[in-house]
Each structure stands twice: as C-alpha cells, then as structure tokens.
Design a protein around this ligand. Structure first.
Ligand SMILES: *[C@@H]1O[C@H](CO)[C@@H](O)[C@H](O)[C@H]1NC(C)=O
Ligand SMILES: *[C@@H]1O[C@H](CO)[C@@H](O)[C@H](O)[C@H]1NC(C)=O
Ligand SMILES: [Fe+2]
Length: 452
C-alpha cells in the first residue's frame, strides 16, 4: 500500500471501475418527498477491516443454511496447507463431531485469493447453539441453528457495503436476537478491488459466523471484464457459496431454502430470467414443489425492484417483472424483497401494476449503508400503491409468528440509535381463503382462482 498508486496491481481495475461506477454520485441538492423530519446524513467513509490473525487462522468466517438440518461453514486462510475441516459440538471447547469439506481459490487480474474453505456440517438440532473451530486452528466460533417451528425472525438488509453506516446497521441488527440474515444483493462494493472482498468478510464475520447469512447477487457482484471475465461473479461465487445444489438449481445465482415454515426463494436479477431460461424453469419447478401445509409462508428475494417510486434505477427490474410476475402471483407468494435502490419503500399487494389482495407485498430495502449514499429523490406525486417510502439507512425484520401472521418492521439508523419508523402485520396468503379456489386446499397441487 505504500507503493505509488499506479504500481499497485489493483490500479487498472480500479481506474476502470471508477470510470464505470463513480464511487460518489452527485447528490441532488433539491430533495423532495421526504416523509419524516429526520435529518439525512451524507455517505460515511469506507471502513477497511484489517487481518490480525496468523496465516493458518481462519478469517472471514461465515455460515449459511445448506439443506435440511445442515449448515455450511465458509472461511479463508492465507496458509494453503490448512485442511478444510470443521470440528464442532454443543459444549464450548468439546468438539465431538468433525466434517471435511472442499476448498477453492481464484485469481482476478493480479490478485490471488487465499484458500477458501466450505464445509457442510450436520445433521444439526434446531434452535441449538453449536461451538466450532475451523481447520484445527484459531479462535472458537459459535452459531445458533434456526428453529424448526414458528416463530422465526428474519433480518433483511440489502446494499450493505462496508462503511461506518454499515457498521451502524450491523450493530443495530445485532442488538436484538434473530434467526437468519437475508441480503438482497450488493455485498462488499469491492467493484473489482479484490482486497475489499476480504475486508468485507472480516467486517461481517462477528455477525455472519453466528447466524446464517443467505445472500443473492446484485450488480456490484458482477465484476465482469470484457474477454477476460465475460461471465462475472468470480469472487462472489467462490466466496459466498449458497445451497443451490440442495435446492435443485444449477447456479449459485439462484436457489431456495426452508426455515421454520417459510420457503425463501433467492432469485438472480443479473442472470437470464426469460421464459426459456434455466432460472425460469427452476423457479417454476421450485414453486410447484412448495407444500403450503409445511411452509405456509413463501418469500422471494431479488436485487432490482419490480416496483419503485424512486428516481434511482427506474425501470431496471421491469423486464424481470414481465417475465416472472405471473409465476409468483399464481403461486401466491406472500412478500417480495429487493434492494438496489438505496432507500426503504413498502408497497401494498400488487399484481399487474394494480392493487390485488392475492399478489405479493413488495418491499425495497437497499438501505444497508454502502459508500454510494442514499437515493434521496422520489417521484412526486407518489403512486397509490406505495404505502411508505423514506431515504434512510436501516434494516428490516420479518417476524413470522405463526402460519397466518407475520410482523414486519423497518428500523431506521437514527445516528447511533435504531428507530422503528414503519411496521405492519401481514397475513399469509395461505390463510387468505378468498385467494384459493377451494378454501382450505393449499397443498402444492392446488388449483387457484386465476386458473379457472
Ligand atoms: C397467530 O398470531 C396472531 C398474532 O399473535 C394471533 O392473533 C393469532 O391468533 C395466531 N393464529 C393462530 C392460528 O395461532
Ligand atoms: C434521532 O436522532 C436525533 C439526533 O440526531 C435526535 O434528536 C432524535 O430525537 C432521534 N429521533 C428518534 C425518533 O430517535
Ligand atoms: Fe445494486
């Protein structure tokens, strides 16, 4: 880092990145449609999280759900001889089980990653704290498995980045217990500067090593480069391996998982989604397999919103909406979360751009706190479909109480405090009889109203 900037191997990609994605877009000076008196702050500076452990110690430890009763432990070592094994048990310091997994690594221009380990452990008991050690070295970590039955609490925050605002969002998330973290895309904002992926991994480790982090990709994960890296997602796929194989998908860019009566589908806004695409066919078969008696709640997560009244990224999710909205509607998906727009916005239930009691509730929550700052300008007048909108950083919590009710709350980062600025009770469409042809018949084989 003390070399001149132009001798740094990351300089070329950095230069190109700045050209394509200016890091600090101009903030509009005239702000309209602000809903509360809270004074909005500008972006805060990037926090670079250093590596303080030894070369064989694990760093960037994170966990994810990896199929029924299994969790995946992912971490990185500088030392390539460290084995991909995890020792674990339910008592601190006493590891009575061990699992061996895989490792990978990747190059990006002049950058070479450390050894990236992925180990699946299980079968595990629900609602249980496990203590674990990675590769036989370094500190002990622990996580809690999600419950088997309701209630379950999901935290949702997109467009996280790694600034002082990110740190504030994460500390608010952590101040109250939860079960699973859902990230609707845009993780590190490394934007080709690979050491920032490592820094991000270290920033989130205290949280992601303790609760499963389920992520999908945003545009900042692409890191495509003409001819050299035409397919993109090199760092993302190597580092943030998700349970796509366990959910019958052939791509890490879209998958699904179950957690306590909830089926969560993580879609990819930056891979093919048209009617003849692999993602579309996978989504169709995944939805057909949902058994609403076992998972009454069905939630979809994607990056570029299908509905937004913000001026930022207007219309970018429209072709995906046109391709996939019918599938979600016919399957009676309860909620669709998205990110991308750096603000919070909650819509009513929508189908075909009209309010519809059997359509999903749409929520944009791209407010994790990245370096680009907030998307401050909303359309005026607003849409009658938009219920609440506000450009502030924060996070959301979906507490699914039982098969019929869930409480959604949005927690604004009010400087160092967290403040609930929006909340609503949701009823699952499973228990909304008017949305089904045969009331009470809500298993996977049902026929619904609009198929008549
Ligand atoms: C579900 O939870 C809500 C809110 O706590 C409660 O009013 C309702 O009676 C519960 N329903 C069932 C079926 O347990
Ligand atoms: C938000 O923070 C400001 C200080 O920046 C404080 O004056 C205000 O009372 C806080 N509001 C809430 C609702 O916490
Ligand atoms: Fe984005």
């Amino acid at each position: 880092m003390d070399k001149p900037l132009w001798l740094n191997p990351h300089f070329l990609p950095l230069l190109l990145t700045i050209f394509f994605f200016p890091p600090f877009p101009l903030q509009p000076s005239l702000l309209t449609a602000l809903q509360s008196d809270y004074v909005r702050h500008p972006p805060r500076k990037v926090v670079v999280t250093q590596h303080h452990r030894s070369k064989s110690d694990p760093q960037q430890v994170h966990t994810s759900l990896a199929g029924k009763d299994y969790m995946r432990i992912s971490w990185i070592t500088d030392d390539k001889d460290v084995p991909s094994e995890v020792e674990y048990g339910t008592v601190s310091g006493r590891y009575n089980a061990m699992a061996v997994g895989d490792h990978t690594s990747y190059h990006y221009f002049f950058y070479s990653s450390g050894k990236i380990h992925h180990v699946n452990i299980g079968p595990l008991e629900p609602s249980t704290t496990y203590y674990y050690r990675c590769g036989g070295h370094g500190p002990e970590f622990s996580f809690k498995t999600p419950p088997q039955t309701f209630p379950i609490e999901f935290v949702v925050a997109g467009d996280l980045g790694q600034t002082e605002w990110t740190a504030s969002t994460l500390s608010h998330v952590d101040s109250k217990d939860y079960d699973v973290f859902i990230l609707p895309g845009d993780l590190s904002y490394a934007d080709t500067q690979q050491p920032l992926w490592d820094s991000f991994g270290r920033l989130v480790e205290p949280y992601a090593s303790r609760r499963p982090w389920m992520v999908t990709e945003g545009n900042h994960e692409m890191e495509m480069f003409p001819i050299i890296y035409p397919h993109g997602f090199k760092a993302y796929n190597a580092r943030w391996l998700m349970p796509y194989q366990q959910s019958g998908s052939t791509s890490n860019l879209y998958y699904s998982f179950n957690a306590a009566g909830s089926h969560v589908i993580m879609l990819g806004s930056y891979t093919d989604f048209d009617g003849d695409s692999a993602q579309y066919k996978w989504l169709e078969s995944d939805l057909a397999k949902v058994d609403r008696k076992k998972t009454p709640w069905v939630v979809v997560v994607l990056h570029a919103p299908w509905h937004s009244t913000n001026l930022a990224h207007k219309g970018e999710g429209e072709s995906m909406r046109k391709a996939m909205e019918d599938l979600l509607y016919k399957a009676r998906v309860d909620v669709v979360f998205s990110g991308h727009v750096h603000a919070y916005e909650r819509f009513t239930r929508i189908y075909d751009n009209k309010a519809d009691p059997c359509g999903p509730v749409y929520i944009t929550i791209g407010d994790g706190g990245n370096r680009e700052g907030l998307a401050l300008v909303f359309e005026n007048p607003t849409s009658e479909l938009s219920v609440y909108r506000e450009p502030s950083f924060g996070h959301g919590r979906l507490r699914v109480v039982n098969e019929s009710r869930a409480h959604w709350s949005w927690h604004r980062n009010n400087d160092s405090d967290s403040f609930v600025a929006d909340e609503v009770w949701l009823q699952s469409l499973t228990t909304t009889e008017s949305c089904w042809l045969y009331p009470g018949n809500t298993d996977g084989s049902m026929v619904n109203k609009d198929e008549l």
